[in-house]
Write a protein that binds this ligand. Structure first.
Ligand code: SAJ
Length: 449
């Protein structure tokens, strides 16, 4: 029987051992979903702390219940290790490692390369390798394949290789790993067949494409689509500001169109570990082919200038009541990159805090999910600090309140009722203003945008 046939049978008998490299917000949910389907899973990590927590049946990922981790540990279906040699035990290896950008917005492939080299070091006949990390088109074929075939084994015969992009939306309560349709494309048809057969065990709907490049580009199209449309919403915010029109009213009205329109909203800028970064993987790849991805570059410029736009709005609002920004007390509400999460990665709030500080404002922030902003090597100095309590006194004492992230835990009625000036990047005060049937919440006419 061929190596392909033997692996195909092992998959059909559900006797495969699955390896997941990287136990983060993608890898841990994937590993738990695989284990829940009855497959034996070994998680591979470089963090001893993460290994210890999962081994103890705990979860360091908000979207993964500790009870699920503990149950899979109890049923001996989930193991986790620092020992990359154990990759040889796995019939299937899914690689879910970070793909950050360097300081010059060039892809940092170091995590993918080190994971690939670890797999290559223990590669044996009968293994299927699937990369899930978001990356530029060509990574699977140009970066992974040569390193794996360097072992002397041949793809499509001895081992199998494909790409299947992750589609994890942190904090999304409706769409999670099992029920979100998943795309997969292999280097050869046999690679695709095996990948589909494995993932169909624990993913409700698998979508086959003809190559890893098609799968890599599918993911980049999804996130580039979001980044460009958010850029359009942010440009509309600037246009409406100049025309004296409420951008939220315009977007809500456009949103009533039942076809041909998809609602995006303006904000303080673009945060997260995906949307601000992923399109630049595509831009970088196309630059190597002497092609300029103009839409991505332009949307990136607009999204990047939003922190400065909102700092200027604070300055204008204070100026309207005769106060310079310098020396004024500015209270920032919400610093996570989006509501109701604790993730600060690429959050525009960090740039906003830094700019306010540089302009001499007396800045503090409150965020119920982010008690502290630490220096992680590229945190702007002016952003480092601790969350303050949101007391009535603190709101009253602020010369201006700037809402950057509209966490549900904050009462915006209360904020708008107490604050002298409110600059609202998320339209969090809309309902408060509507209830008060006034655009101003108190005598000193807070400026709200
Ligand atoms: N944002 C806006 N206006 C919008 C939507 C978002 O300003 O209309 C901002 C958010 O505040 C945030 C950033 O954009 O700062 C990214 O928001 P996001 O909702 O895309 O959040 P992510 O990056 O956590 O998750 C995204 C996924 N989100 C959705 O599909 C809703 C999805 O694009 C990817 O599956 C995921 O990144 C990923 O891992 O690629």
């Amino acid at each position: 029987m061929s190596i392909y046939g033997a692996l195909q049978e092992k998959i059909a008998r559900r006797e495969i051992v699955c390896g997941v490299v990287g136990m983060g917000y993608v890898g841990l949910p994937l590993a738990v979903e695989m284990a829940k389907s009855g497959l034996r899973v070994i998680g591979f990590e470089t963090s001893r702390h993460v290994v210890e927590r999962i081994t103890a049946g705990q979860s360091h990922i908000k979207d993964v219940a500790a009870a699920d981790v503990a149950e899979m540990r109890r049923r001996k279906l989930l193991d986790v290790t620092l020992d990359m040699e154990r990759l040889a035990e796995c019939d299937v290896v899914s690689i879910c490692v970070p793909t950050p950008l360097g300081k010059t917005k060039d892809p940092d492939m170091s995590y993918i390369v080190s994971a690939t080299e670890a797999v290559a070091a223990t590669l044996r006949p009968g293994q299927l390798i699937v990369l899930e990390s978001t990356t530029y088109p060509g990574t699977t074929r140009e970066v992974m394949l040569p390193r794996l075939e360097g072992s002397g084994l041949h793809v499509g015969e001895d081992f199998f290789l494909g790409f299947s992009p992750e589609r994890v939306d942190p904090g999304n309560e409706r769409w999670h790993t099992k029920n979100t349709p998943k795309v997969l494309g292999g280097i050869t048809d046999k690679c695709t067949e095996l990948g589909m057969a494995v993932y169909e065990i624990f993913i409700e709907r698998m979508v086959r494409v003809s190559s890893p490049e098609a799968a890599e580009l599918t993911k980049l199209l999804e996130n580039t689509f979001r980044m460009i449309n958010i850029g359009l919403a942010n440009e509309m915010a600037q246009i409406c500001d100049k025309l004296g029109v409420n951008v939220w009213e315009v977007i809500d009205a456009a949103g009533t169109k039942p076809f041909g329109f998809m609602k995006f909203t303006p904000g303080p800028g673009l945060g997260g570990h995906c949307i601000p970064l992923d399109p630049h993987y595509l831009a970088w790849k196309m630059r190597t082919l002497a092609y300029k991805t103009r839409m991505i570059e332009l949307a990136g410029e607009i999204n990047t200038e939003m922190p400065a736009f909102w700092v200027t709005k604070v300055q204008d609002a204070l100026n309207a009541v005769g106060k310079p920004l310098h020396g004024s007390r500015v209270l920032v509400l919400g610093v996570a990159y989006k509501k109701d999460i604790d993730d600060l990665r690429e959050s525009p709030a960090l740039e906003i805090l830094d700019q306010l500080n540089r302009k001499g404002a007396i800045v503090s922030y409150h965020d119920p999910h982010c008690p502290e902003i630490r220096d992680d090597g590229h945190t702007p100095l002016g952003a480092i600090g601790h969350s303050v309590d949101l007391t009535d006194e603190r709101i009253r004492d602020a010369d201006a309140v700037l809402i950057v992230t509209d966490h549900s835990a904050v009462s915006y009625d209360r904020v708008c009722g107490l604050a002298r000036i409110v600059v609202d990047t998320r339209n969090a005060c809309a309902s408060a203003r509507a209830r008060a049937k006034r655009s101003w919440m108190n005598a000193s006419e807070p400026a709200t945008v």
